[in-house]
Design a protein around this ligand. Structure first.
Ligand SMILES: NC(=O)c1ccc[n+]([C@@H]2O[C@H](COP(=O)([O-])OP(=O)(O)OC[C@H]3O[C@@H](n4cnc5c(N)ncnc54)[C@H](O)[C@@H]3O)[C@@H](O)[C@H]2O)c1
Ligand SMILES: [Fe+2]
Length: 390
């Protein structure tokens, strides 16, 4: 089989430092000192506060004599005013560094606090691509879901209206340290483990087929991420306390994040976002719902690339054409999703046939993502995909 064509010139950026260590949270005070943080702000949500996990950070900080401020008002798909409240709190307490602990929502808010407090720019002025001028505050990100890869990306997503989201993309959003500590994910409920894990797999798949910025570094990371995620997602979902599986999921999600930070995602995400915006279906589940049908649609344009992914799933490819191997890859992912506790039909989540045109219209607005898809997607294509998963 021919290797996929890759850009001969490319740029690859990522976070400065990765700490991959179960119970790594115990060294948070040392990490703050390394970064020159003396007044840290811990950013999280109420759900995580209720688990007691935040004490893994606050206790060692307290013991080491750091004054601690916690902002725990992050909500899923954080709206702009939550970020603004967090910034006010941070400024009131004169914080000089930010520790984000949680899923993508908490990590995204942590990134934005560090940028807004460090640069003194207004949030509204940094929405978009490369709008940030100046330096952010020191930033440590510790994911508690193995999904979004936010700890590895220069992206933060905020909700700007009742159904609209906007992205802030800038180099300053890369953290100083990504801390992958499996002990933080051991209590993550099975359904969230499964959905966020599929989100991470989608990042790897879409980075590998990214139409514009596909590059050899992202490819290598996407392959490795898919291997780690596909081999561990069932164990992590069924046996949450399995530290090895949890750590592998965190590393896989991180590597998928590194990959798509440089080779951006496409139509799976473009069709998933309207499901989150209109029906509040969680991001990972939205991706899981449309993934297989988008892959089947893309087959016509990228069967050889999907076929290359067979290596990450250890599939037997002997005496098969690239198209047959690609179909085998899609069936393997489909079977994997079927084995997880995930809803497979939009109708089970309150979506009706009458809603599909609105969803397809919204998907068409995701031009930033659709340009990365290996096959161009029009309104009728999007509508047909939604119909298949109704
Ligand atoms: N920055 C990026 O690159 C990027 C990429 C994709 C998505 N996102 C954004 O990330 C957000 C979604 O993030 P998410 O899917 O991680 O969900 P999330 O952060 O919204 O968290 C989902 C739920 O899981 C709970 N939770 C998290 N960790 C837990 C744990 N260890 N134990 C028990 N409960 C736990 C939280 O309390 C919350 O109720 C969206 O806002 C999305 O737009 C960002
Ligand atoms: Fe995603």
């Amino acid at each position: 089989m021919q290797p996929s064509s890759v850009a001969s010139s490319y740029e690859f950026n990522t976070v400065a430092s990765l700490i991959n260590q179960p119970n790594g949270a115990a060294k948070i005070a040392e990490l703050c000192s390394q970064l020159g943080i003396s007044r840290p702000l811990v950013v999280t949500d109420k759900g995580l506060m209720a688990t007691g996990l935040i004490e893994r950070f606050t206790r060692p900080l307290h013991t080491a004599g750091f004054p601690i401020c916690v902002f725990d008002d992050v909500v899923a798909d954080p709206p702009v005013d939550v970020v603004e409240q967090a910034v006010q709190r941070a400024q009131m307490h004169h914080i000089d560094g930010v520790i984000g602990v949680g899923g993508g929502s908490s990590l995204d808010v942590a990134k934005l606090i560090a940028v807004v407090c460090g640069t003194e720019m207004a949030l509204k002025d940094i929405i978009g691509v490369d709008k940030v001028i100046g330096k952010r505050l020191p930033l440590i990100l510790a994911p508690t879901t193995a999904g979004t890869g936010s700890e590895a990306t220069p992206i933060a997503i905020v909700t700007t209206g009742s159904t609209t989201k906007a992205g802030i993309v800038a180099r300053q959003l890369y953290a100083d340290i990504a801390l992958l500590d499996a002990s933080l994910t051991e209590g993550l409920p099975a359904a969230i483990t499964a959905a966020t894990g599929i989100d991470a797999m989608v990042h790897a798949i879409e980075a590998f087929t990214s139409a514009i910025h596909k590059n050899p570094y992202s490819d290598m990371l996407a392959h490795n991420a898919l291997r780690l995620l596909s081999r561990n997602i069932v164990a992590a979902t069924q046996h949450g306390e399995n530290t090895l599986a949890r750590q592998a999921m965190l590393l896989g999600a991180f590597q998928a994040g590194q990959a798509f930070a440089n080779a951006p995602v496409g139509a799976v995400h473009a069709l998933a976002y309207p499901l989150g915006g209109r029906f509040h279906i969680p991001h990972g589940l939205s991706n899981a719902l449309v993934l297989i049908e988008v892959m089947r649609f893309n087959l016509e344009s990228c069967a050889p690339l999907y076929a290359e992914l067979a290596a990450s799933f250890d599939l037997n490819t002997a005496r098969k054409t690239p198209r047959e191997i690609a179909e085998c890859v899609i069936d393997t992912i489909d079977n994997l999703i079927q084995s997880l506790p995930l809803t497979r039909r939009l109708s089970a989540l309150g979506v009706s046939e009458n809603d599909l045109a609105m969803l397809a219209d919204d998907a068409m607005l995701q031009t930033r993502l659709l340009v990365n898809n290996p096959r161009s997607v029009n309104f009728d294509d999007a509508l047909a995909i939604y119909k298949k998963v109704l």
